[in-house]
Design a protein around this ligand. Structure first.
Ligand SMILES: Cc1ncc(COP(=O)(O)O)c(C=O)c1O
Length: 454
């Protein structure tokens, strides 16, 4: 083992990581370089980046034009806050995002990431209702197994038990409803995706009525839910959620932290699905990760009470909308436009799906699902009955074997069991058939080995 990873083992505290395995001698992977669709470790070994880092690096690695944008902005104005002052990169980016966003979502509040955007959206929802005569509206409805961030407020919206439990009690007011996992739909709606979607959306109405509409501020959901393994919205689902929110005066917050910036073939997935929320939260692909940035984009209606007299949203982050990050984000969006990356996703998304669906011939593959360049492959013990793995098998399969084996075989992606066991893929938006084939080949070999291990 090299001295680089030895030093890391002594000093670094990794996120969502089991350090015990490293303490017991497992090598800690150290990534030193990225180029195009590939990342390289300290030993020079190459891996396909099947997750765009963490659903982030939309334009691929090693883009000099983004590094230059950062350098130029740092030389011009490295830092200034957005606390009562503005700077040019933030103004340019706010205008651009408002133009991309649907409806009258024209007010951009910058953050440094997705969790802060979610946190900001909940705080805005609470304060908005206090200022407009409905002070009891404070609760948030979100979906089971959904991930919306780790700060205490965002964590209360997150629906992943293992991430929540160590930190309870959480911020009160987080209410959970079913997600849109059609593969695991209740039997009486499992025959028809549209009916299932209606059923799932109506659980939101049920929760609002149960909690009392005068206490519910917002519904938070991802257009395509990540955790659990890429659940697209069934036909009619988002429309019905919009209708329910309108009926009960509840804000619809679309958390586009992952689905934004081309992942689903549009700058915002909600544009693609044709439904306008009240707030969009976004981050990750906004700068392709070349510098951290996120945003909450709110409707004109939500901004209005803050636009007169002494009113204020008493909330902010030192580095929210950082000038360097905003400039990089502008350059990233320029690149997406000049290279027609949204079009690339729309032209190739069916090919991506079809290539992954070839894996359906493996006994361990239960379901391939997703949209755009964002797919999950659910693994099962029995294809016919859809029986999943028990906790021990899941531990052995995913943690003990699959994550490592995929990586050893040259594919960085995610093997996850926050819901049922899935492998997730979200390659850079520059990919095409050759890259899909490369992903499929590595998955085929590794999933075949995994089945033999069981
Ligand atoms: C949908 C969603 N919301 C919020 C977050 C939190 O974003 P961040 O890690 O930038 O705080 C994530 C992160 O993966 C996410 O996927």
């Amino acid at each position: 083992m090299s001295s680089l990873s030895e030093a890391g083992k002594d000093n670094i505290w990794l996120h969502f990581a089991r350090h015990g395995s490293y303490a017991a001698g497992a090598p800690m992977p150290v990534i030193v370089r990225g180029e195009g669709h590939y990342i390289y470790d300290e030993n020079g070994k190459r891996y396909f980046d099947g997750l765009s880092g963490l659903f982030v690096v939309q334009v691929g690695h090693g883009r000099k034009v983004l590094a230059e944008a950062a350098k130029d902005q740092a030389e011009t104005l490295a830092f200034f806050p957005l606390w009562s002052y503005a700077h040019k990169p933030a103004l340019d980016l706010a205008e651009r995002l408002a133009n991309y966003a649907p409806g009258d979502l024209n007010k951009v509040f910058f953050t440094t990431g997705g969790g802060e955007a979610v946190e900001s959206a909940w705080k805005l929802a609470k304060q908005y209702f206090k200022m407009t005569g409905q002070p009891m509206k404070h609760k948030v409805i979100s979906r089971s197994i959904a991930y919306h961030g780790t700060t205490q407020g965002a964590l209360s919206i997150t629906g992943i038990p293992f991430a929540r439990m160590p930190f309870e009690p959480l911020v009160p007011g987080g209410v959970k409803v079913p997600n849109t996992n059609f593969y695991r739909a209740p039997q009486y709606v499992a025959h028809d995706e549209k009916e299932f979607g209606l059923w799932a959306a109506n659980r939101i109405e049920e929760a609002i009525l149960f909690e009392g509409a005068d206490s519910v501020a917002a519904v938070f959901l991802e257009p395509v839910q990540n955790s659990g393994g890429c659940f697209p919205p069934p036909p009619g689902y988002l429309e019905r959620v919009r209708e329910i929110c309108d009926t009960y005066g509840v804000l619809f917050v679309a958390d586009e932290t992952i689905t934004g910036f081309g992942r689903i073939g549009d700058i915002f997935a909600m544009n693609r699905y044709g439904v306008t929320p009240d707030i969009i939260t976004c981050a990750k692909g906004m700068s392709s990760g070349y510098s951290p940035i996120g945003a909450m984009i709110a409707s004109d209606k939500l901004f209005e009470p803050f636009n007169s007299g002494t009113a204020m949203f008493p909330h902010g982050y030192t580095f929210g909308g950082h000038p360097v990050s905003a400039a990089v984000s502008m350059a990233n969006l320029d690149l997406m436009e000049s290279e027609h990356l949204l079009e690339n996703v729309r032209e190739n998304e069916n090919a991506f799906r079809q290539t992954l669906e070839k894996l359906n011939d493996l006994p361990i593959v239960g379901n391939v699902r997703g949209d755009g360049y964002f797919y999950g492959i659910e693994l099962v013990k029995n294809k016919n009955t859809r029986e999943t793995f028990n906790a021990d098998e899941s531990e052995r399969l995913l943690r003990g074997f699959l994550s490592r084996a995929l990586f050893d075989n040259g594919l960085y992606c995610r093997a996850d069991d926050r819901g049922d066991p899935v492998v997730q893929l979200a390659p850079p938006l520059t990919c095409g058939q050759a890259e899909f084939d490369e992903i499929e080949q590595i998955l085929r070999v590794t999933l075949t080995e995994a089945w033999a291990q069981l």
